[in-house]
Design a protein around this ligand. Structure first.
Ligand SMILES: Cc1cc2nc3c(=O)[nH]c(=O)nc-3n(C[C@H](O)[C@H](O)[C@H](O)COP(=O)(O)OP(=O)(O)OC[C@H]3O[C@@H](n4cnc5c(N)ncnc54)[C@H](O)[C@@H]3O)c2cc1C
Length: 438
């Protein structure tokens, strides 16, 4: 038996491809014990605990459309998303342009911070107008673009870069500028909303619809050609497919596609990923908290880079007891810290949380650590040159298609889903062509 299409990887890239092709003979194979990849959450009483991606894109996007097709609801994040905490000062409102003047900085630091901020703002305008995002500011690092900064200001920008899982001297300037474009894009942005019930509801709902056509605990070990068909090996079983969509993370996808598309394998192996370390916290306070109206605060100088209030969507009407927070660290320090035990990581994150918001002392019910070795993908200098090898139908019979967030200069759910849809559209037109010829 030869299937129409096999999809490797059950993150949102693979799932959006499977959703588009659900009327076909499709089989999705996921290595892990659940679908969703970096989209993961658990219900927790009135709330939910979020461990990975949390901000959904605005109405009109593909992810938003799929979410609605499955009867799920996203809600806008209304609280501050651009908070910044430096030493004891937490700024969670007002214009970002005013931050250099409101933070505990010396005159020299204020001037350097304001100048770098203006430089990034001007570059964000160029980014939006750029005809080719892969080539935009892709020949130098974000550190080179920013120039020398006083240590405290450097720490603030490094904290922002950690959201992309890179250090300032690892990210391409274009990726660093793109990160600010994403964060400053406001309500129409790719990171503007929360899924009621938690991010994991979306992959779970797609999985329910796919039923037996989505298999977990199924790690693909190899893909090879056999005439004009591809043979996918999974745990000793060989599955024949007319088309394959490879939606595994680039470092895993590289060896799998090497026998069919050598140049693509080489390009995949050169893509750069960084780590994320997240701690999801269930709180049990009975009164209001100072962060009830806040969504996210960047925290330079702390063990985590971002504080997020995952209960934000439920802070309408009477204040319910309890809450849900997610703290996360990115890039090299996160990669080093994730080697410690869960207990050590949780203790260090909680100590800094209490220092930031003393009201959280005695209000912690649970803290769950989640390690993401491949937390996110980011463009480093030279990334643009890799793009042609990744695009379109690959292999001698043009039956291999790549999908994943690594097509973007910075990974997001929407970027990943769009690549899954593009691959699925190519597969769909080939299946139609084949039917017409018969
Ligand atoms: C802490 C954190 C916060 C984030 N915040 C946001 C956010 O707020 N908004 C946003 O838009 N994005 C966010 N992201 C990024 C977002 O999660 C990703 O860009 C997106 O989910 C990637 O989807 P993907 O399908 O490309 O990859 P993945 O979700 O990584 O899926 C790839 C899948 O392939 C599977 N796989 C690998 N090898 C094999 C194999 N050999 N056989 C079978 N299966 C295999 C993996 O197990 C995995 O499930 C965040 C990520 C993290 C970790």
């Amino acid at each position: 038996m030869t299937r129409d299409v096999v999809i490797v990887g059950g993150g949102i890239a693979g799932l959006s491809a499977a959703w588009r092709l659900r009327h076909r003979d499709v089989l999705l194979l996921e290595a892990g014990d659940r679908l969703g990849g970096r989209m993961r959450s658990d219900p927790c009483g009135d709330y939910w605990l979020n461990y990975g991606a949390h901000l959904f894109p605005a109405p009109g996007t593909l992810v938003d459309r799929i979410t609605h097709e499955l009867g799920l609801e996203t809600v806008p994040v209304t609280g501050g998303m651009m908070g910044l905490a430096v030493d004891g000062t937490i700024l969670d409102g007002g214009r970002v342009e005013s931050y250099p003047f409101r933070l505990p900085l010396s005159v020299r630091e204020r001037v350097a911070f304001a100048k770098a901020g203006v430089k990034v703002q001007l570059a964000v305008r160029r980014y939006h107008a750029a005809p080719n995002r892969y080539e935009f500011e892709n020949d130098r690092t974000f550190a080179d673009f920013l120039g020398p900064l006083p240590p405290k200001v450097h720490e603030i920008f490094a904290c922002a870069a950690h959201r992309a899982t890179g250090e300032l001297d690892e990210l391409a300037a274009g990726a660093g500028i793109g990160l600010f474009a994403l964060v400053w894009a406001g309500k129409g942005s790719l990171i503007a909303r929360n899924l009621r019930g938690g991010t994991g509801m979306l992959p779970a709902a797609i999985g329910r619809e796919l039923g037996e056509r989505a298999r977990v605990d199924s790690r693909v070990d190899a893909v090879r050609e056999d005439g004009d068909v591809l043979v996918v090996s999974v745990g000793g079983e060989e599955i024949r497919a007319r088309q394959v969509i490879m939606a595994a993370n680039a470092p895993y996808a590289a060896p799998l596609v090497a026998a069919v598309a050598e140049q693509a394998a080489d390009a995949l192996s050169r893509l750069t990923y960084g780590a994320f370390l997240s701690v999801a916290i269930e709180t049990n306070e009975t009164t209001a908290m100072p962060y009830d109206g806040v969504y996210a605060v960047a925290t330079p100088g702390r063990v985590f880079d971002m504080f997020t209030n995952q209960a934000h969507a439920l802070r309408v009407g009477p204040r319910r007891p309890g809450g849900s927070l997610m703290l996360f660290a990115g890039a090299q320090r996160a990669a080093a810290l994730m080697r410690e035990s869960d207990a050590v990581i949780a203790e260090r994150f909680l100590a800094d949380l209490h220092a930031m918001y003393p009201q959280t002392r005695g209000a912690i019910a649970n803290a769950t650590v989640r390690r993401w070795e491949l937390g996110n993908v980011y463009a480093s200098p030279g990334r643009g040159a890799l793009q042609p090898a990744l695009e379109g139908a690959l292999g001698a019979h043009e039956n291999l298609h790549l999908a994943g967030d690594y097509f973007a200069e910075l990974g997001t759910m929407e970027a990943a889903a769009q690549t899954g849809l593009a691959a699925a559209e190519r597969v769909e037109s080939r299946i139609r062509e084949a039917i017409t010829h018969v």
